[in-house]
Design a protein around this ligand. Structure first.
Ligand SMILES: NC(=O)c1ccc[n+]([C@@H]2O[C@H](COP(=O)([O-])OP(=O)(O)OC[C@H]3O[C@@H](n4cnc5c(N)ncnc54)[C@H](O)[C@@H]3O)[C@@H](O)[C@H]2O)c1
Length: 261
């Protein structure tokens, strides 16, 4: 059989995608449904979740869920609702992240903004990933998880709450990958460059720093996300951070923040 014919087994495999109302999470969730995988679309915004589910190739396979993943109780409700809808969750994608605002540099960011960024990226990513894994281990079933990190896990972004939370997430991927490998649960990071989605207000002039000559689109990420999630295609890939950035990481394009002193 050709390698790319059946990346997933829809009879056995299911998915939970956070941040599925918009941008990269939406593109990945829609692509999973396109492969016939029953997928929970989780996001804080009811309207965007409804629109994403309506856009699915097979809307019956797309299950909407709305809640605030900064809250532990909501994460637990998401897990319970996903299990009711899907049974075992075999694939988990963590794309949710609060919006970034250029004004939130190190001297300006508030405690609330700092806390919320960490809560959604790191705390929810850890809790949801661990619980998904525990269920897979108990069932003796393989699975995979994909975390959206950032080039700014390694280089400052003038947004310390964002870059530190992505750095933590990058290490969480490695911790999970190392611990869960023996259970055949693979855990990887997808590292986008400048993607004109919702979370990043893209300045089109950035394109001149990008070897491939344009900003990225959410749809650029979905095929690679599915390839990395697929046990069939990427069965020997874990703990990897896969950069998809049109080559922008070959340049260094952010000036220091503008400070008003
Ligand atoms: N766009 C980029 O250039 C870029 C670059 C590097 C990394 N990333 C990462 O990729 C992921 C997706 O980015 P995007 O640009 O598509 O973002 P986006 O803002 O378009 O989508 C993020 C989604 O998360 C949801 N969300 C925010 N807070 C939430 C909460 N408390 N509970 C539930 N859902 C919540 C939002 O409503 C939104 O739909 C993020 O983790 C982001 O950090 C994006």
């Amino acid at each position: 059989m050709p390698i790319f014919d059946a990346p997933f087994d829809p009879a056995r495999e299911t998915a939970l995608v956070t941040g599925a109302g918009n941008g990269i999470g939406r593109a990945v969730a829609l692509a999973l449904v396109g492969e016939g995988v029953r997928t929970v679309f989780a996001d804080i915004k009811a309207e965007t979740v409804a629109a994403a589910v309506a856009a699915a190739a097979q809307p019956g396979l797309a299950i909407p869920w709305v809640g605030d993943l900064a809250l532990r109780a909501e994460c637990d409700r998401l897990l319970a609702d996903s299990r009711s809808a899907l049974g075992l969750i075999t694939h988990f994608v963590h794309s949710a992240a609060p919006p970034r605002r250029e004004a939130d540099h190190a001297l300006a960011v508030t405690d609330d903004t700092w806390e919320r960024m960490r809560a959604v990226n790191v705390d929810a990513g850890f809790h949801l990933g661990r619980e998904v894994s525990r269920a897979l281990i108990a069932a003796g079933v393989p699975g995979s998880m994909l975390y959206l990190t950032s080039l700014h896990a390694e280089t400052p972004r003038n947004l310390p709450h964002y870059s530190t939370s992505k750095a933590a997430l990058a290490m969480l991927v490695k911790e999970f990958a190392k611990t869960l490998g023996r259970y055949n649960i693979r855990v990887n990071a997808l590292v986008p460059g400048a993607i004109a989605a919702g979370g990043f207000v893209a300045d089109p002039t950035l394109a001149r720093h990008i070897p491939l000559g344009r900003l990225g689109r959410s749809d650029d990420l979905a095929p690679l996300a599915l390839a990395v999630l697929s046990n069939r295609i990427s069965g020997y890939v874990t703990g990897a951070a896969i950069v998809i950035d049109g080559g922008i990481s070959l340049t260094n394009w952010f000036d220091p923040p503008v400070l008003e002193d």
